[in-house]
Design a protein around this ligand. Sequence first.
Ligand code: ZN
Length: 335
Amino acid sequence: MWQVIGQTKIVNSLRRSLADGRLSHAYLLAGPQHVGKMTLAITLAQALNCLSEDKPCGECPSCRRIASGKHSDVQVIGRAETETRRGSSVRKEISIDQIREMQHNVSLKPYEGDHRLIIIDGAEHMSEEAANSLLKTLEEPPPSTTIILLAADEGLLLPTIVSRCQRLRLSPQPVGTLTQALVERWGVSGERADLLARLCHGCIGWAIRAIHNEKALAKRSEHMDSLISLSRGDVSERFAVAAQLATQFGKDRASVRERLELWLTWWQDLLLVKNGCGEFITNMNRREALQQAAAQYSLSAISGMIRSIRETIQQLEQNANPRLALEVLMLDIPH
Ligand SMILES: [Zn+2]
């Protein structure tokens, strides 16, 4: 059974390719953080190596070893901390050494099964050397090997890498699909499942983390509080936040995007409340605060702020100066 929630089109196309023996030598799974890219990649690895009739069964020794990260033909490469050349700071990236080691491994025959799978998690964080080196592997794909790149921010990948992969874009799933999955598969109560499904922006991984880890929910709440309070802050407070986000952007672009998208949900909820559609809001746990805040802003101020946040997200994706873009956004916050 494919463990992925939703993403039916992608799963069906992969199943067909598997059945016809026409799997691509390289895939790019793109989509926001926690949308299910890793789960899909692991399930594909299981489907390729499963020992049962109905692949992937999730139960056989092979499927189990893959799920626990112990299968010798399935390798996951992720970001590791490396010192920059000047030795002054530590950067988290996928290094040339990691790619070279992978290239050595794929030059050997698979050990356990007959197919090897390499998953590169956070592929957009490959160093330039690593990316160029990987390009060579993609140009001359090794036999019996599938390479899967996972990227939340695919705009950072070399276009030559993207063009050599079959690109599959995973999209956030509707609240109803996620609520049902949380109730049926994870045994979450109805009301809590509904709240988590709304809060996770269609990305089930976040909700699952929140079930096991109250901190994720608390962290989100903390971020939201500080963003909401900016409406009351003066220019210097707002610019301090812009500077802090710009620094963060240099280290981890996805987390800043996530923060802005979180803020966007607040303003979108305000718009819904203002228009009398309170039942569709994301932040169900902040209903009262939203009611109060909605009364303080005009419709045009709320829509203006939604537009500004969206534009800022877009500008950051197009490599605008982060500090400047964020400062402009801070000035747009209505009082
Ligand atoms: Zn199996």
